[in-house]
Write a protein that binds this ligand. Structure first.
Ligand code: PLP
Length: 476
């Protein structure tokens, strides 16, 4: 019997869209209930190393399992080991808000799952990204000379900026020729800079020994412009190649802010490329009264701020603004034939502005969030957070058991138990976090351990900050 295909033995089910409809509804209800009752859960997960792995089968499943079984294990085994980042009394690190409109946008993105690397791989995604970032640029008070791209994280934006620094300093030959035989490239940062700057120096091949860490001083804990000038002159004299300044606005430890107004002209005069890391504090720049913190920012070449921290858009959403996208494209674009877009001149292929090729549809959540709250709604929230944090700092200052170590920068301040050593501070922090009603983390300021307090959760209320004050006093 020629030409008769064998009977199909393929009994695999087609993708089951009923499971999406059914579980999608259930998960939406579960999610709303989770958030409504979140205040009653301890913020930080209990720390029991190995607990989850001991509960899971050692080998992968050979046969299909029903969604209900998977879900039951999520509830039983996974949920107890999660720290609740959306908890209203999450005061640790910086926030990573995921507001309801952003959840909906991420759900849509999960359904459509487009790859947004080139304009033609989803024209609307590219154009929405251009448009929403221009909205955000206006909201932040940045001049029209900046254009934006959404990077997956501030770390990636900083790495991209450091690569531009490298390429510019090497007359655009670094990608082709590598760094061997070159002069030492030098980058200037504050001692307060985020660890992502050091990693960018590693990954870019520049090396942490060529990261010149300048002291932070004065009320804002800024690099002193005279120190920057002297460091650049010293490096020139030593035959090195000064390449870039990475300034921080709202550093992670205690909110240090470099004085952009005075530092950027020094860097520019020396021919450096300048990048401003405002990953957390940048969100607050939608409020005009806070913009004094980054006065002079219009003189930077590159600025990053994270809507995924304080504006309610899910991680990953880092807004990276640059004055000359051509520098970024010249550094990062690579164009094999299969990535060329023919017949559409003047379109933006955002993969040429970032390090990975593949890109999620990240503009959608920002578009949803900005429209759902409006800038007024977001400003009101940030102003509340700042006001409540300042009030708590005042309460602790008035209490003889505490000492405010760094004054509030926006909604972040640091404090410690007065007259006690580092071990006592760590033990105190342990009592607080084991208690579970609030969650704080620590840092070092001038060598000593301090506790950080920042308000940033979208779900936080004034009563939550009041309760935080009560817990701090009770457990002191
Ligand atoms: C959070 C933070 C970063 C890192 O942000 P990612 O988006 O997680 O890479 C970098 N710099 C500062 C100042 C930050 O607060």
């Amino acid at each position: 019997m020629p030409d008769t295909p064998p009977a199909s033995t393929d009994t695999r089910p087609a993708p089951d869209w009923d499971v999406l409809a059914d579980w999608g509804r259930r998960i939406a209800d579960w999610g709303a209930a989770y958030h409504r009752d979140l205040r009653d859960r301890p913020v930080r997960a209990p720390l029991q190393p190995g607990r989850l792995r001991a509960a899971l089968p050692p080998a992968p499943p050979e046969t299909a399992e029903p969604m209900a079984a998977i879900w039951a294990d999520l509830e039983t085994h996974v949920m107890p080991g999660l720290t609740h980042w959306q908890h209203p009394r999450f005061f640790a690190y910086f926030p990573a808000n995921a507001a309801p409109p952003s959840i909906l946008a991420e759900f849509v993105t999960a359904i459509l799952a487009p790859q947004c690397m080139l304009w033609q791989t989803s024209p609307s995604a590219t154009e929405l990204e251009t448009h929403v970032l221009d909205w955000l640029r206006q909201a932040l008070g940045l001049p029209e000379s900046f254009q934006g791209v959404i990077q997956d994280s501030a770390s990636s934006a900083t790495l991209a900026a450091v690569l531009v620094m490298r390429e510019r300093a090497l007359d655009w030959q670094g990608n082709a020729q590598g760094l061997s035989g070159q002069k030492r490239l030098r980058l200037y940062v504050s001692v307060e800079a985020h660890s992502s700057v050091e990693r960018a120096a590693w990954v870019a091949g520049i090396g942490s020994e060529n990261l010149v860490r300048l002291p932070a001083s004065g009320p804002g804990r800024s690099i002193d412009p005279a120190d920057l000038r002297a460091a650049i002159a010293r490096d020139h004299a030593d035959g090195h190649l000064p390449a870039g300044l990475i300034a921080c606005i709202g550093a992670t430890g205690a909110g240090a802010c470099d004085n952009l107004r005075d530092l950027l002209p020094v860097a520019r005069a020396a021919g450096l490329y300048t990048h401003v890391d405002a990953a957390w504090a940048g969100s607050a720049m939608i409020c005009p009264e806070f913009r004094t913190l980054w006065e002079g920012v219009e003189g930077a070449d590159s600025v990053v701020m994270n809507p995924h921290k304080w504006l309610g858009a899910h991680f990953d959403c880092a807004a990276h603004f640059v004055r000359a996208p051509d520098d970024l494209v010249r550094t990062l674009a690579i164009r094999p034939e299969y990535l060329k877009t023919h017949g559409a001149d003047g379109v933006i292929d955002y993969s040429e502005w970032s390090i990975p090729l593949g890109r999620r549809f990240r503009a959608l959540k920002l578009w949803f969030v900005l429209r759902y709250y409006g800038l007024d709604g977001l400003r009101a929230m940030i102003r509340d957070h700042v006001r409540w944090s300042v009030a708590l700092a005042a309460r602790l200052r008035a209490d003889p058991r505490f000492e405010i170590v760094t004054e509030p920068v926006l909604s972040l301040f640091t404090f410690r138990l007065k007259g006690q050593g580092d071990d006592a501070q760590i033990a105190y922090l342990g009592r607080i976090n084991d208690d579970g009603r609030i969650y704080l983390t620590q840092t070092r300021v001038d060598g000593q351990i301090v506790l950080r307090f920042q308000v940033g959760a979208f779900a936080a209320t004034q009563a939550d900050i009041q309760l935080a004050g009560d817990v701090l006093a009770e457990l002191s």
